[in-house]
Design a protein around this ligand. Sequence first.
Ligand code: GAL
Length: 686
Amino acid sequence: MRAWPGDRLLLGGDYNPEQWPEETLDDDVERMREAGVGFATVGVFAWALLEPDPGRYETAWLDRVLDRLHAADVVVDLATATASPPPWFARLHPEAMPVSREGLRLSHGSRQTWCPSSPAFRERSLALVDVLARRYAGHPALGMWHVGNEFGCHNLMCFCDTSAAHFRGWLQGRYGTPGDLAAGLDRLNEAWGTTFWSQRYTSWDDVVPPRLTTAIPNPTAELDWRRFCSDASLEQHLAERDLLHELSPGVPVTTNFMVGFSFEGLDYHRWAPHQDVVSNDHYLAAHLPDAHVELAMSADVTRGHAGGQPWVLMEHSTSAVNWQPVNTAKPPGQMLRDSLAHVARGADAVGFFQWRASRAGAEKYHSALLPHAGTDTRRWREVVELGRVLAACREVAGSRTVADVALVHDYEAMWTTDAASTPSQLHRYRDELRAWYGAAWRAGLGVQGEHPEADLTGYRVVLVPSLHLVSDAGAASIADAAAAGAQVLVTYFSGTVDPGDHIRLGGYPGAFRDLLGVRVEEFAPLLPGAEVGLRTPAGSAVPQLDRARGSVWSEWLRAAPGTDVVADFADGPTAGDPALTRRRVGDGAAWYCATRLAPAGTDAVVGALAEAAGARPVVPGLPAGVDAVRRRGDDGASWVFVLDHTGAGASVPLTGTDLVTGRNCSPGEPLEVAPGGVAVVREAGS
Ligand code: GAL
């Protein structure tokens, strides 16, 4: 398999020349050269032009686009164009239009309007992929294939009868014994706990997707439905990918993930192993005060999905998007900072939606590399500057981001934590992840997202926020990390259910009770606005927690002999019970936190974990809000990315050469990062 993007950092983005008169191509290519654009994702929404009538394909226009891009040394990430079928598809296959949970069949008229289980969609989409793969497999511009677009973004779940049959087949695969459907149904009844509320099934025909119903739907049915929906889209991806591998061998295939602040539909732990290159789309959450920290978490989680290897930032935005309630513009410098924040965390390509801002359509107010106002704009000059900086930092390509901290996360845990039947709707999985990631970010520690069953033994600190659902293997792997010397922190509502969403009996946090040396008798969630205070005993390992505040959650908790109480609840429903505990395990320790700590508390705990583990910030002593991340090459060379999010600039004690400015820095002449600015320092002697 060819490596992608290879030995340079690529700038690029979605390129939709079909929206423009053909003459625009000349100007596009000229401008791409000016900005140093190295890759273009072509054809994502071009099905209607490529197959204007069923079975009649028109590819001459795409030939011209690819030829021109190749001549300009722009590598093409060629889309299979299957994201959005043309209107004729809806006319010929009305049954392939998705059906909502409420039972409404949706109509074409926007995008991605198709049922993931539709045989007609599968057939028509693969016919298109076949045409494109045969035609372009050998084209010199082709660098990578791009399947669909953001699977699950708009059509994750379809509740139609075809999906219902597909779901039943999937369930039979999960619970069945070949040839013995009755035994499978028994197992399904057991797994779903259907004796509750008279839900017992006696015929497979009665098993349907969790359509709109009167009260809380069966939680395990809902969990299996989510698993199925992720797998149903993955089947489509794999069908396209397999055809591409067959017809276009050696060319990597990707599809763009949406690891970010809002999407939660696909289990990317299951998708990632099927990507030749992991790619992600990230858009800033304008409503978050610390959106840059959320960006960093997305990038660190994406790199985890890539197994620590470089990955591709397929899309982000030069400035405003068009789909948030208020679409704020990025102030000067932010686009460069955001871009390098992704590169620091392993992105070797920086893509945008999109090259040229559209004149028409739903996204005409979305920013682009080439804005409506043209090239005599601050935005364009920033784009050209970004191209220059990425070229100047070329030597970083292929290196790996250094991380001492694992952030253990899981989509199934998220789905079950955020389900309607849990103890508190105030407790959202992502909030807990963000709280602990944020503390590690503020401490300047390198973090990488990991699956619970991954090998975690190489990390110094392992954060396990609210891992509600965990397998025995996941719990064992987390325990192994502690035994191997890591400081492991597990937080409330973890380990509570098994992969069938059944309670692990005997006291929470079930799967982690022995590791942590604690037993929770009862949860005591807190009402909106309610807080609890903490206090610390003499000799506490985290004395800063004295008077710390918790919210959302508390617990009646017992610490086993040998487990230290680091802090307890000073007030609230569980006053006097432990709030933070620590148990020494092998060379490491296992900590348990029973409430949602305010940031001062999470910072104190992460500080204590890091100190006990010998995990050091990438650059010690930086002012709050200055981000420093290290990438290291196979040959030992290393680069420190410094990003100033404070707007005040920073003086940073590094020794080496800043690739952005070409200036040297040393103890006598520290690196001066401009307000809101960036630096990429090749460390001396590395
Ligand atoms: C992405 C999508 C692009 C474009 C962009 C706008 O989710 O892949 O096609 O819609 O958002 O922000």
